[in-house]
Design a binder for this molecule. Sequence first.
Ligand code: UT7
Length: 329
Amino acid sequence: MAYYSRLVGSGSYLPEKVLTNDQLAELVDTSDEWITERTGIKQRHIAAEGQMTSDLAREAALKAMDYAGVKASDIDLIVVGTTTPDDTFPATAVKLQAQLGMTRGAAFDLQAVCSGFVYSLSVVDAMIKAGQAKTALVIGAETMSRIVDWEDRGTCVLFGDGAGAVVLRAENGISENEPRWNQRRGILSTHIHSDGTLRDILYCDGGPSSTGDAGVIKMEGKDVFKHAVTNLSSIVGEALSANGLEAKDIDWLVPHQANKRIIDGTRKKLGMDESKIVLTVDKHANTSAASIPLALDTAVRDGRIQEGDLILMEAMGGGLTWGAALARW
Ligand code: UT7
């Protein structure tokens, strides 16, 4: 009998301030029409002055804990996927640990940019399977607005701030030889990849040991777009075949929300109907590691995702990094 990770709750948080495409068009040479047509984005949320990644993460975490009915004293692992930590050190997850009043276990951040949530799920799932954690908070939280070059119309229109969280609990699983093992509720499998040679098409031009400041996002949009379409198709194929499943078995595709055209490309390759895609990019823009848990929580709370539904999550981001996770809610 082995452990597996059961998904027992989700939560999310968006800062109050909304920045619409029209408002952005007053700052840079762009238009609602261009942004909508090229990306599907209509608006993004922006953290208030002084509001940090840990503040967004805490709100999302508290909602996920409430949903799951777990207390801080039940949690023994916090992993925060983030590219925009409050400080160079210590980790945002450790700050959150103190704020939540969690007094045992471990907390750390994971840096895989837009793939941060899928990477975090993968690491936490492995730790739960290994018996190293029993109740874990997995969070994607970002204040991307702090590392955006607000004079670069090619990137500043794309990003937003927010946080999403899930609670994973170790359950004693049925044997993997059991024919219907993939019917269990929780994480079925995770798949992660990276290719560091593609660093230059999407990166931040600063850092503690290079420039001494955080830097701003630099991106070759067209190149990233091409890699996204290729890598996301291959990763979803990998996730499905690892579980002996086909696209028609998936109830919900919960993709990283970078660009509606990338999401449509993956959906078409899978032959999935538009009604099975959770799309939040119009309202949230690209919130990097926060985008999948934000979309997941949106669809859980509005009743689209129901108990037992099969969910395919996928993401690609700077690194390049990419990954997928298949789970039953
Ligand atoms: O989370 C993972 C990381 N990011 C991504 O996945 C993003 C991947 N890339 C993309 O989503 C798209 O490449 C973009 C949305 C960034 C750009 O769309 P595109 O269709 O590839 O446009 P483009 O970069 O080729 O630009 C086309 C034109 C250019 O003008 P010229 O050279 O044709 O005269 C740009 O200067 O659009 C211009 N442009 C803009 N115009 C108005 C670029 N940004 C803007 C803008 N408003 N905000």
